[in-house]
Design a binder for this molecule. Structure first.
Ligand code: A2P
Length: 346
């Protein structure tokens, strides 16, 4: 009988947590039990797990000693306090927050790109990248390997689901209020998000970039294992519910043509090329990405203003590949490496 694991999902009532549960069920993860954890206010409620429901437990009073694998997506402060406790109790923690991502002794893993990194986890913690970096990596890694990427210019168009359930509610509420000529009162976002764009995600840094932008710089270098790559990002929140889009320009050491890029990306795991020069022949969050696992890439063009540069349009479901799916794929790497479950035979 193959190994069976006891899995905890921390933040199970959140936008990412509920998708982690549905992906665990959908991919038939070899779990002997799945435990849903959230704050005390949700404890006693239910969340969906495939065709079943799970009772939600209070994280604060939960004993992690029987857990083999814990998927965390309950925000940075929860990860900071509880991930080390779960790891000390012998669980492997896969953490979706940014708390540990930049620590040298915590691997940062995109399952198709650097799965080998997941094996070296001295603290028992593996970090899941930020959604905007995540979707870029399966596209850029094969190009970097074959042609060498020197510089990345990227502008993101990030959906509100990246800000959690309350952010989605704010977009819905503001849209309804504005369409019925009522006043709006932004709480989650700094300014109106409905019918607007906000070039500000996460905190401003001393260099004038936001932390969301700097995540693209730090994480790209760590995942591609190349600190020489230059990254120049602008991160923008847009009034889209699901799916992040990115306008990407890469400068390469060796010239890459559109045909070469199409061929390489056509074979890249987790990537789908959608690039017809016709109306609708390109990926959009709504028509392609939402609810799907793949990262979609289109609008592949040689940059006519530069001798060795390529333009790409990259779209993915930020909650699935950008967060929950990759976390489950990391858990699948643990299964493949033969992580011994605590309770033999599950
Ligand atoms: P709860 O629903 O009980 O607040 P989102 O990012 O979509 O807003 O979701 C955040 C997730 O993190 C939710 O499941 C939320 O649970 C959970 N969470 C937030 N704060 C805590 C906490 N202090 N302890 C446990 N879970 C928490």
């Amino acid at each position: 009988m193959s190994n069976q694991y006891k899995v905890a999902v921390v933040g199970a009532t959140g936008a990412v947590g509920e998708t982690m549960l549905s992906i665990l069920a959908e991919r038939k993860f070899p779990a002997s039990a799945v435990v849903a954890l959230a704050s005390a206010r949700s404890a006693g409620g239910k969340v969906a797990f495939g065709d079943n429901e799970l009772l939600v437990h209070d994280l604060a009073t939960f004993d992690p000693s029987s857990i083999d694998i814990a998927l965390f997506s309950a925000g940075g402060s929860v990860s900071k306090e509880y991930a080390p406790k779960f790891a000390a109790a012998g669980a492997v923690v896969i953490d979706n927050s940014s708390t540990f991502r930049y620590d040298d002794d915590v691997p940062l893993v995109v399952s198709e790109v650097n799965p080998h990194a997941a094996r070296n986890r001295p603290r028992g913690i593996i970090a899941n990248p930020n959604c905007s970096t995540m979707q870029l990596m399966p596209v850029l890694a094969p190009i970097h390997k074959a042609y060498g990427i020197e510089r990345i210019n990227v502008a993101t168009y990030q959906s509100v689901s990246g800000g959690g359930r309350s952010a989605m509610e704010e977009l819905g509420k503001q849209t309804a209020e504005l369409l019925s000529f009522q006043d709006i009162h932004p709480t989650k976002f700094p300014v109106q998000i409905a019918f607007n764009l906000i070039p500000h995600i996460d905190e401003f840094q001393p260099n004038g970039y936001t932390r969301e932008e700097m995540k693209l710089v730090w994480e790209t270098r760590k995942i591609l294992e190349d600190s020489s790559i230059l990254v120049n990002p602008t991160a923008v929140r847009v009034p889209v519910f699901y799916g992040h889009s990115e306008a990407v320009n890469i400068e390469t050491r060796e010239k890459i043509t559109v045909e070469q890029a199409r061929e390489l990306l056509g074979k890249a795991p987790g990537v789908e090329v959608v690039d017809a020069h016709a109306a609708g022949g390109y990926p959009t969050p709504v028509t392609h990405a939402s609810g799907k696992d793949a990262v979609f890439v289109g609008r592949i063009r040689e940059d006519f203003s530069h001798p060795r540069a390529l333009n790409l349009w990259v779209v993915a479901d930020n909650i699935r590949k950008g967060a929950a799916l990759n976390a489950v794929q990391i858990a699948e790497l643990l299964v493949a490496e033969g992580l011994p479950p605590k309770a033999a035979g599950g």
